[in-house]
Design a protein around this ligand. Sequence first.
Ligand SMILES: Nc1ncnc2c1ncn2[C@@H]1O[C@H](COP(=O)(O)OP(=O)(O)OP(=O)(O)O)[C@@H](O)[C@H]1O
Ligand SMILES: [Zn+2]
Length: 629
Amino acid sequence: MVRESNIIQIIGETEYARLRKIRCLLVGAGGIGSELLKDLILMNFGEISVVDLDTIDLSNLNRQFLFRQKDIKKSKSSVAVKAVEHCNNSKLQAYQGNIMDTKEFPLHWFDQFDILFNALDNLAARRYVNKISQFLKKPLIESGTAGFDGYIQPIIPGQSECFDCTSKETPKTYPVCTIRSTPSQPVHCVVWAKDFLFNQLFNDLSEGEGQEGETSKDWGSDDVDEIKRIQEESQELKELQDIVRSGDMKRVTRMLEKLFVEDIAKLLKIENLWKNGRTKPVALAKENLEGEYDETLLLSVDQVGTLEEQIAEFINSSKRLMKRLIGAEANAQGIEFDKDDEDTLRFVSSASNIRSLIFGIPVQSIFDIKKIAGNIIPAVASTNGIIAGLSSLISLRVLQLLPETKDKGVLDINMAFTSKASNISNDRYLSNPKLARPNCKCVVCSRVLRGVVKMSDDGLKEITLGGLVEELRGKYDFPEDISLMDTQDQRLLIDYDFDDLQGKTLGEMGLKEGSVLLFSDEMDEDQIRKPIELYLSMGQERLVLPDLPAEYIEGQTPVREEEEPSEISANADANDGVIILDDDLPEDNQLGDKRPLDSGDDADRKRVKIGDNDDGDDDDDNDDVIELD
Ligand SMILES: Nc1ncnc2c1ncn2[C@@H]1O[C@H](COP(=O)(O)OP(=O)(O)OP(=O)(O)O)[C@@H](O)[C@H]1O
Ligand SMILES: [Zn+2]
């Protein structure tokens, strides 16, 4: 085959034989994933497994070129694999599922792969695969695009920066009071309609318990009346929740009356809000509510529409959603907002626009609201193509299949960014900085040690928390005062003054395949050992703990009696201000021993902080499309 001879010319016969044995995992078969699958196949990688949780939407077809109209609603991974089968020289496997599902994809499943490729669109899944790559020391090629921008980041565990070494932009949030009392931009009304109203009415079916946790919110105001009013308003939504669940279509106009007349009148009574020349809202008039409306109206997506049309859209979409809610399945689960779900989009769009009209804010078309509500930056097929191409090319370097990479360290590998994404303004579209070393403060790759605990089902039933802690202390030579946490829900299991759960078995504590425990040295100020993160993986033996080197948090290494402090500084590398902390690190961590001098900031040593930063943070991760995806 021409394709074969091309790649052989580039990497040579011997490396080609290696390439044919390489097993790749591709996570995501969307915009980048479709392109990447094609590239990996054209390069003749040995085996490629594709995982995607989703099915194909109409809106995917413009750029996800492996999919056709007839494939809508079918599994992305299966259709992608079928579409390339005819020109395929690799062994392919498709999985439909969430990569974070530890039942379907336990840690040992990942172990079969030589390299992981991320082609994802959300932080939670990216972080998860990054962690797996760190646990198993598997190289990961991370990538993302947003419009014309994109990046690839090869991650070589222990040697180069991981995905979490640099902080990531989190989605923009707005103070509660701006959203609920004093909106001034279309986006405020969209957030109100989507995150507050839609969620409370159609998605949160917990018997209208109101907004839990509102005490800890960023209110953006200290007006007591205003905050009280917002809290009351949440309680009052119970009435509307009853309406949408009653299926009584005649009561839909009552929703308009409550939201756009009564609630606005109550807001107007809080005088402080309108003192500083802020434009006062104007509630809907009686005739707006009682007038005839077009029961068949469907505004076109680029139309802005009049108030009457928005009201008709609100009533029509509410009725459609109510019907769906009566369906048994939706009634138990609620309905999720999805920008590609017409009913949810039209409800959010009309509710948002009616509120905008009341507050004197410009009205938006459904298309514009879809962009705001879905945090969408239109995807550009060519950017996906370029980024996927770079991702597959760089994998040859990471796997050291290219002749010129043979004698070079991994830090000679480059990342690639479009110039806008990397904030470099020059004439070049792409910039390609070298990989950086791990950030010594990164809680994912540097501030903790990681290992996999193998345990059988019997072990889960027999071993108690106290018993496990004893085993851990013995194995890793930790002092008396330790703490053990379940990182998934930030649950403290044991520490020096909390031992109530000692006698419970691991199974009773809900620990299972995929649970990640954080074991830390709690008290001894002189010996701040690196905490250890342990992944529970079901195996044959009752309990097998991994061998891990004893490491201290940088800046906390105890100076032994016989050691002269000057010897430490004699080890300092004049060029980059690093010291060698431990000469006995395992080979795969050779660069891990050269880390920048740390200030030893006390606050960073807190157990809670490590847990807090390490939470997989699902809630705000779902809609992070504002940043590169
Ligand atoms: N946890 C996950 N497990 C498996 N696949 C995932 C996970 N999270 C996201 N994905 C998949 O990653 C892919 C990302 O592709 P892309 O960014 O093109 O998104 P899309 O959903 O196809 O398009 P758009 O969001 O623009 O409509 C999607 O196909 C999505 O289903
Ligand atoms: Zn890191």
